[in-house]
Design a protein around this ligand. Sequence first.
Ligand code: IPE
Ligand code: IPE
Ligand code: MG
Length: 246
Amino acid sequence: MNKLEIPEHIAIIMDGNGRWAKKLGLNRIFGHRNGVRAVRETVEACGEIGVKYLTLYAFSTENWHRPSDEIEALISLLVEAIIKNTPDLDKNNVQFRTIGNIASFPENVADKLNQAVKFTSKNSGLILTLALSYSSRWEITEAVKKIAEKTAAGEIKPENINESVIEKYLTTYGMPDPELIIRTSGEQRLSNFFLWQGAYSEFYFPAVLWPDFNKKSLFKAVEEYRRRERRFGKTGEQIRQEKDLI
Ligand code: IPE
Ligand code: IPE
Ligand code: MG
């Protein structure tokens, strides 16, 4: 694939674990366990084609409303996967990050996550971000609070608040917006993910359930992305003219 047409940032809403397990007559947790393999393949595939940022929506603010045994299983799978895969991520030069309300997890879980972040912080390859206890409305609310505090303290003037000031207070500060957002399982909604960052993202909704997602599925998504024309409010003619000038 032509490097120029590879998205710099891909974000994925990993959906369909429960339905995948149900189809096999097994419980939802079995689906989550099998979702971990799909994560590994996706990380590898992104590394292979030179994606710089991969963000995975793994647990939403609203997911705290699930039955407690499912939440507990998800959390222990998460810790297990982090402990097991951090050395490999490190070997592959992957920098691991998290976004979300990490403090809402039990202390030992937050510690494990922060350790993995620290351990891989010097790596210069793929930046893998897990969105955990994350939601856009939570993030935007937090940003508004911080900006309001600074404004009250006289550190920010209201007339100087612009999009870049707001971006500074989002959890994704420093990351480019995702060019491509994929949601598996056929559902076509954002479920409170990247409401700000996804303003101009291309959306792709494959029917595949997350545990069946593999390298080929990722490459197919990128192929589809390359066929799109991103116009950012301009006309198609303008965009094609600009392309010819490059
Ligand atoms: C995605 O799969 C994983 C999380 C939200 C944690 P689901 O658990 O939502 O699976 P479905 O949508 O019920 O099939
Ligand atoms: C969205 O999936 C959250 C994650 C994939 C982490 P859900 O399965 O929780 O979303 P809804 O409830 O179907 O919208
Ligand atoms: Mg779901």
